[in-house]
Design a protein around this ligand. Structure first.
Ligand SMILES: [Zn+2]
Length: 423
């Protein structure tokens, strides 16, 4: 089957596998969905930061994905995502990946050439005045100063994306990879009208993006639920979907262009909204989850008891002692209440059930502790330092871990978002 240009399917899920041992268990969740009649394509994502902390490389992610696909006979597409790359980090991903999340958040607000800004405004008279968009009840309004302000804010970022895209295309060949532009790791969310202007600029720059990741309203902390106004998110998400369809039609972007939700995993309160809007509009969506699979490894180890539980406790104790340095790189995407963290001496006395209840994201369980969960989420560095001691226990407890990994991905993420099945 020839796949050129390489096209991302309507539904896809980004999965993270920090230690490259759970690709099969993750793929099993997609297989469960497929058996229910819904194709959700897996995309294994790993950022340069994660690779650096773990001491791994993109080739390992690729090898684990290939091996899982082969051994489980997955006949549908799958991808390896160079997650949040920029011009200086993309190189090591050029061989192994076929999906590139081009992160230009750092260029937002940098001033583009005044001539380029003026040229964009001249080229797009349709972006001033009333903009009628199918799916948005009242017309959007932009006057020229507002359009100039938005263009000034985002044009340099789009230019940066074009430069990175060209570098990848030069190495891989046009049509041989999926391109996403991400702007989520920044302070302020982009409004639907800003998204429309950004998409027009991306089309002008001839970047055939298939996904775009704006920053949405509300907080998307890693591994815990959404914090924000769900009704506001609903309106924004639905307007973003409409803006994308409009941009595809008017600016010639790829037909399959869709939103990429960098969810940070576990955004249970907005999964219903996403499912409903995507179903109503027949839009696609890419749901990117964070590396919470590693937490399922810990849950599996704790559930196994014995050496597994001991190791899980040891990791917690070390993470607790090093919490400041572990949290620092993730400060903007976690919200730990230090006084909610149990003392390691208390955790030391826990049995399997106590440990897994605190860590597993089951909002109905009163023992669930979101601060402990977030601390362990960023604590993968501790396990990485343990090296073979950790990895050997993963192998020894493969079955119980795999069960947790698959169930977490399927029941808590894929089933609600893509199948509309809510627990
Ligand atoms: Zn992101």
């Amino acid at each position: 089957m020839s796949r050129h240009p390489l096209q991302l399917e309507r539904f896809s899920i980004g999965v993270g596998d920090r230690f490259s041992h759970q690709a099969k268990a993750q793929l099993s969740a997609c297989i469960l969905a497929f058996e229910q009649g819904v194709e959700v394509v897996p995309v294994w994502n790993k950022s340069n930061r994660e690779h650096t902390i773990i001491g791994s490389g993109p080739n390992e992610t690729r090898a684990a994905a290939d091996e899982a696909v082969k051994s489980l006979h997955w006949m549908r597409p799958y991808f390896c995502d160079a997650d949040h790359i920029n011009l200086s980090t993309v190189d090591r991903f050029l061989h192994a990946c076929d999906f590139y999340t081009i992160d230009v958040a750092d260029s937002i607000g940098k001033l583009a050439e005044p001539d380029a800004i003026e040229a964009f405004i001249q080229r797009h008279p349709e972006l001033t005045g009333a903009i009628q968009i199918e799916g948005i009840e009242t017309a959007l309004h932009l006057d020229e100063p507002s359009l100039r302000a938005i263009t000034s804010k985002y044009l340099a970022a789009v230019m940066a994306a074009a430069e990175i895209y060209k570098k990848i295309a030069h190495h891989k060949g046009i049509g041989n990879f999926v391109a996403e532009v991400s702007m989520d790791e920044t302070d302020a969310p982009q409004t639907p009208v800003e998204l429309l202007v950004i998409l027009a600029a991306i089309a002008d720059a001839k970047i055939p993006i298939q996904t775009i990741a704006p920053k949405f309203t509300g907080r998307f902390n890693k591994g815990v639920d959404y914090e924000g106004d769900v009704a506001k998110f609903r309106e924004e998400f639905s307007h973003d979907v409409a803006a994308i369809a409009h941009a595809v039609k008017h600016y010639g972007l790829p037909e399959n262009l869709k939103l990429s939700v960098h969810s940070g995993s576990d955004k249970f309160s907005i999964y219903r909204v996403i499912h409903e809007i995507v179903s109503e509009t027949k839009a696609g969506v890419h749901l990117k989850t964070a590396g919470t699979t590693w937490l399922e490894e810990l849950i599996g180890l704790a559930e196994a008891g014995g050496d597994g539980l001991e190791l899980a406790k040891e990791i917690y104790a070390q993470a607790y002692d090093h919490r400041e340095e572990l949290c620092a790189p993730y400060a903007s995407v976690i919200a730990i209440q230090v006084d909610k963290l149990p003392a390691p001496s208390a955790v030391d006395a826990w049995n399997s059930e106590q440990f897994t209840s605190a860590l597993r994201h089951d909002p109905k369980n009163s023992a669930y502790n979101s601060s402990l969960r977030q601390l362990l989420h960023v604590g993968f560095k501790i396990a990485a330092k343990m090296g073979p001691r950790y990895l050997d226990l993963l192998k020894a407890n493969e079955t119980i871990i795999a069960k947790n990994v698959t169930e977490n991905l399927y029941k808590r993420h894929i089933a609600p978002v893509f199948l509309g099945k809510f627990a």
